[in-house]
Design a binder for this molecule. Structure first.
Ligand SMILES: N[C@@H](CCC(=O)N[C@@H](CS)C(=O)NCC(=O)O)C(=O)O
Length: 141
């Protein structure tokens, strides 16, 4: 039995998407972010790390989106839709490259953009133009 603990506006959407693509039978629990845009404390009851995604799978509690993706593809990709063919080096390279690129290179940029967007939107009115300017400068680099 698969049970995804999904946080709104988060990378756990990737797992939700994959479960749908796999046609897997799964249970879904959705969590809303709190006022500080953090995961609610209730997620810590599922796993002490308290962030998303968390997947309960085969009597285990899995964390780390890249690992969860690999696990699902290994054990639940029955039609071999996504699993790269062992004899096709180019397919394996493309699969492995994009899996790691998403977390290692793309995600830090997206998180930085999110943080700056929050800094600007939560800045007091008087300093908003300054924080917006800082955001603009950083995004240019
Ligand atoms: N490296 C982890 C990162 C997990 C992570 O930081 N998740 C974010 C959502 S994208 C989260 O739960 N943030 C809320 C919080 O930390 O309070 C993964 O890929 O699963």
């Amino acid at each position: 039995m698969l049970h995804l603990h999904h946080l709104a506006n988060s990378r756990s959407f990737r797992i939700l998407w994959l479960l749908e693509e796999l046609g897997a039978d799964y249970k879904l629990t959705c969590y809303e972010r709190n006022k500080a845009y953090r995961a609610p404390d209730s997620l810590k009851q599922v796993h002490p790390i308290g962030n998303a995604p968390i997947l309960e799978a085969d009597d285990r509690v899995l964390i780390e989106s890249g690992f969860i993706i690999e696990y699902l593809i290994k054990h639940y990709d029955k039609e071999k839709q996504f699993k790269p063919d062992d004899n096709n080096e180019a397919a394996w390279e493309a699969y492995t490259f994009w899996l790691h690129f998403a977390e290692a290179s793309l995600m830090p940029l997206l998180v930085m953009r999110l943080v700056f967007t929050k800094v600007v939107s939560q800045s007091p009115m008087l300093i908003k133009p300054i924080s917006k300017k800082i955001q603009g400068q950083i995004e240019k680099t």
